[in-house]
Design a protein around this ligand. Structure first.
Ligand code: SME
Length: 161
């Protein structure tokens, strides 16, 4: 497998474009979801230096912590709870510019100031099977560019084969 190159130069858009190509190549060569979640969280985290980057998987009525990079996080989140549980419930991406303004935000770390949560859909695009959660230690980190590219990256986990 190709070495993961850390992309340090260029605009956010350019970094995502390169990252997307790397993730696509990775996902095409490996079909174990946990292995791919682990490497994808590492690649995103290394590229952008976020505070916390990882996945929660849907297990029954809860999200259960999956592969991640960053400090200790809560292990389980109930349906509809916090940003992650809300993204799962609504089956859509949630961008939170200031976590203190999000009612019910679950503070796994007091250093987290802004957040984006992207749902991961199954291969039929009918069900949320996981969420990709990214926390930043700065306010207002995530915008439409992050939303669009992270949704594209999330779709690589369960491609329509
Ligand atoms: N803040 C999230 C919980 C997960 S941690 O940030 C890793 C939420 O409100 O769902």
């Amino acid at each position: 497998m190709a070495e993961n190159l850390i992309i340090s130069a260029g605009s956010k858009e350019e970094k995502y474009a390169v990252l997307y190509g790397q993730v696509k190549a990775l996902a095409e060569g490996e079909n174990d979801i946990i292995a791919n979640m682990a490497n994808i969280s590492s690649m995103i985290h290394q590229t952008f230096g976020f505070w916390w980057t990882g996945f929660y998987r849907v297990c029954g009525q809860e999200l259960v912590l999956g592969p991640f990079q960053g400090p200790l996080a809560c292990s389980r989140i109930r349906f509809g709870r916090g940003v992650c549980g809300t993204a799962w419930k609504e089956a859509k991406t949630i961008v939170v510019p200031d976590v203190e303004q999000f009612p019910g935000h679950i503070a796994c770390s007091s250093a987290s100031r802004s957040e984006i949560v992207v749902p991961v859909f199954n291969e039929c695009n009918t069900e949320v099977v996981a969420v990709l959660d990214i926390d930043s230690a700065e306010l207002d980190t995530f915008d439409q560019t992050d939303k669009e590219w992270l949704e594209k990256i999330a779709r690589l986990l369960y491609p329509i084969r």
